[in-house]
Write a new protein. Structure first.
Length: 287
């Protein structure tokens, strides 16, 4: 049996209360969802594989997966059962892994395998994050009319200066999306866009290609300011180094439907590896 321990998602305006889905939309400005990793690596995986989620008892003999526990450097942590530490993007948890070299560590990108192998003595296992498109919905529009960016509001000012103006000149709408509270919200965002832009002009110690994989699963190409973490999906995204290069690649996708379709086909094929059906099987092999 598998037990998964993950701090429940919460709104940043009320961190002491676990988030609960509501029938009515949450008013604008009423909070941002935090601990999305718990929703993906906790709730969704537990539901898929029939694991116990945050059990209070009768888990001592289980495979116990601890998803990004909140442990400061001066603190220790009690692992139980047959434990695995799923660090996701929590590079600061390296200190905890070193204190418990007997605990196996789960990472969610191939580049993180390399990063953590040089930093901790633990056995490391790669289990990618699954994409949001459980039903394998596909993009079917014939033109590029939208470019989408998903992330926190704080990241939007880091987008290239002049982006919206350049897109308007091309009669392309920029859709910036940050208010998601469920997997359905994320699916609905991808159903609205034709090209994804990922632009993170900063260095992350641990990172993964989940945003690109989400877009891939709909057959949507991503143009991205390149990162090492994206290389595991090589040829399924378009790497760029400058804003000018982004516009050039966007124009090529817009003007050449065969090129767009080539990327779309590659994306759909590669995304299958990241489908929850396949990722779930990786969890089931843990002992």
């Amino acid at each position: 049996m598998i037990s998964i321990f993950a701090k429940p998602t919460f709104l940043n305006i009320n961190p002491s209360q676990p988030f609960k889905q509501r029938r009515r939309p949450i008013p604008e400005g009423r909070g941002q969802l935090m601990r999305v990793s718990s929703m993906i690596r906790g709730d969704q995986i537990a539901d898929k594989i029939g694991a116990k989620l945050n059990p209070k008892k009768e888990y001592e003999n289980d495979v116990c997966i601890y998803v990004k526990p909140m442990v400061r450097k001066d603190e220790d942590f009690k692992f139980e059962g047959r434990p695995y530490l799923d660090i996701v993007d929590g590079h600061n948890l390296g200190h905890l892994a070193k204190k418990h070299p007997e605990v196996k560590v789960i990472v969610c990108s191939q580049i993180d395998m390399e990063t953590m192998a040089g930093a901790i003595p633990n056995d490391i296992i790669f289990i990618p994050q699954h994409h949001c498109n459980f039903k394998r919905i596909k993009r079917r529009r014939k033109q590029i009319t939208t470019v989408g960016v998903i992330g926190t509001r704080g990241a939007f000012p880091l987008l290239p200066s002049g982006l919206e103006e350049a897109l308007k000149e091309r009669q392309i709408q920029l859709i910036k999306f940050s208010r998601f509270f469920s997997r359905k919200d994320i699916v609905d965002f991808y159903k609205r866009i034709d090209v994804q832009l990922v632009w993170r002009p900063y260095k992350k110690i641990l990172s993964n290609p989940l945003k690109l994989v989400n877009a891939m699963s709909f057959g949507i190409p991503t143009i991205a300011l390149d990162e090492d973490a994206f290389q595991e999906i090589e040829e399924c995204y378009i790497p760029v180094g400058t804003f000018e290069e982004f516009l050039e690649r966007l124009d090529e996708l817009r003007d050449d439907k065969k090129l767009y379709q080539t990327y779309s086909d590659r994306c759909l094929k590669k995304a299958e590896y990241y489908h929850i059906d396949n990722v779930a099987e990786m969890y089931k092999k843990l002992k």
